[in-house]
Design a protein around this ligand. Structure first.
Ligand SMILES: *Cc1c(COP(=O)(O)O)cnc(C)c1O
Length: 379
């Protein structure tokens, strides 16, 4: 089965001796826009491409506002700052995620609380969240939710759309509403993914994206925040640009700010990449269909989108029967020119977060044991 899998993957990427997990693709106006950008000398964080990218990003996702950021981690940090997460507050997230989600929480000095994922979506589980809050949280007269044991305010919840598969975000939204917890979607991996016909990132108060080199579309390094809330958008733009009060020559700043704005050079690339996004998505969907047919009826289970969502299939994902077979599969594929990789080590196991609060995380543990990402590049 492993040899057939390697042969099949190689047949999907003909003419390559080594098949990476996800390669960037620059087949559109990248060079043209970059040249224009360089010729204009506006290469830094002021320029027409930054504004143009924000406009197009808002249009594409259907959000009212988009704020360009230097990367996805900064976008997450900023989103938490603008909803008012403070030091010693609790932020809920999932143990199965890339480190950036947890790092951003740590930058604020907030405490992590890990709640399990669903197996099918690999994203934060509404069931588990509800149960956890019912058992461990209570609402105070100020209208906010606090943790029973530590008395800390539960300020935000940051689910992640794992590998581009949307989590049950509408259910999470209604739970967060009930408990008055700010919902921020880590949509770093889900540009082009839709849940019930709405783009990921539009259910939360804010959604954040990454355009790092390995993501579906990339500008080398970049990120964005989207929101329908004008005040939050303005605040995010202000704080990402050193909180400078606009003036023709005076330097006045009215808050501790951040140098988090995307440079015009990167934004030029983003404009070109967004133009190609729908083509990339179709191309990746075709590959996912081939994988679905190939793995059908085998002991390797390909993770498919459910009927109510549309995944971008950023990183195609399979489940092996157990950890031992997963290790054999990783060994065989990587030895034979096909790059594959396991899930991230669960966040609650890392030295920085080993003492963090954590609910029952059986599903995340199962996925950690069995999950493997397989080559998913645009062809
Ligand atoms: C890629 C990624 C980010 C942010 O990454 P940057 O490299 O900072 O752009 C955040 N969260 C998740 C889940 C990611 O995969």
């Amino acid at each position: 089965m492993y040899k057939q899998t390697v042969d099949f993957i190689k047949s999907q990427f003909p003419g390559k001796s080594f098949i990476p997990l996800h390669e960037p693709r620059f087949a559109g106006n990248e060079k043209k826009y970059l040249t224009e950008c360089i010729d204009s000398t506006f290469v830094s964080s002021v320029g027409k491409y930054v504004d143009e990218f924000e406009k197009r990003m808002a249009e594409y996702t259907g959000a009212k506002y988009a704020v360009a950021c230097v990367n996805g981690t900064a976008a997450l940090h900023m989103a938490m700052l603008v909803v008012g997460v403070q030091e010693n507050d609790i932020v809920i997230t999932q143990p199965l995620s890339f480190i950036a989600t947890c790092n951003a929480i740590a930058y604020i000095g907030a405490s992590h609380l890990f709640v399990d994922v669903d197996i099918d979506t690999m994203g934060l589980s509404p069931e588990k969240l509800k149960t956890y809050l019912q058992e461990n949280a209570f609402k105070k007269a100020d209208g906010f939710t606090y943790h029973k044991t530590t008395n800390q305010k539960i300020a935000a919840c940051v689910p992640m759309h794992t590998f581009g598969h949307p989590c049950r975000i509408d259910e999470l939204q209604s739970i967060c509403e009930e408990y008055n917890i700010a919902l921020i979607e880590d949509a770093a991996e889900s540009t082009g993914s839709y849940y019930k016909n709405r783009h990921t990132g539009t259910y939360g108060l804010l959604g954040t994206f990454s355009f790092n080199g390995n993501k579906t579309i990339t500008c080398g390094g970049g990120g964005a925040i989207i929101t329908n809330d004008e005040a939050l958008a303005k605040k995010a733009k202000h704080l990402t640009t050193q909180a400078k009060v606009p003036h023709r020559w005076d330097f006045v700043h009215d808050h501790i700010g951040y140098n988090y704005r995307m440079p015009n050079l990167n934004a030029a690339l983003m404009c070109a990449q967004l133009e190609q996004l729908n083509g990339f998505l179709e191309n990746k969907r075709t590959l996912a269909k081939q994988y679905i047919n190939f793995f059908k009826g085998t002991k390797i289970q390909f993770i498919q989108e459910p009927s109510y969502s549309k995944a971008n299939y950023w990183l195609c994902t399979v489940l092996l029967p157990d950890r031992k077979e997963r290790d054999e599969f990783l060994q065989y594929t990587n030895d034979n020119g096909v790059m594959t990789r396991p899930a991230w080590t669960l966040m609650n196991k890392l030295v920085m977060f080993k003492d963090a609060m954590c609910g029952n995380i059986d599903n995340a543990a199962l996925l950690e044991d069995r999950l493997v990402n397989i080559p998913s590049s645009v062809r």
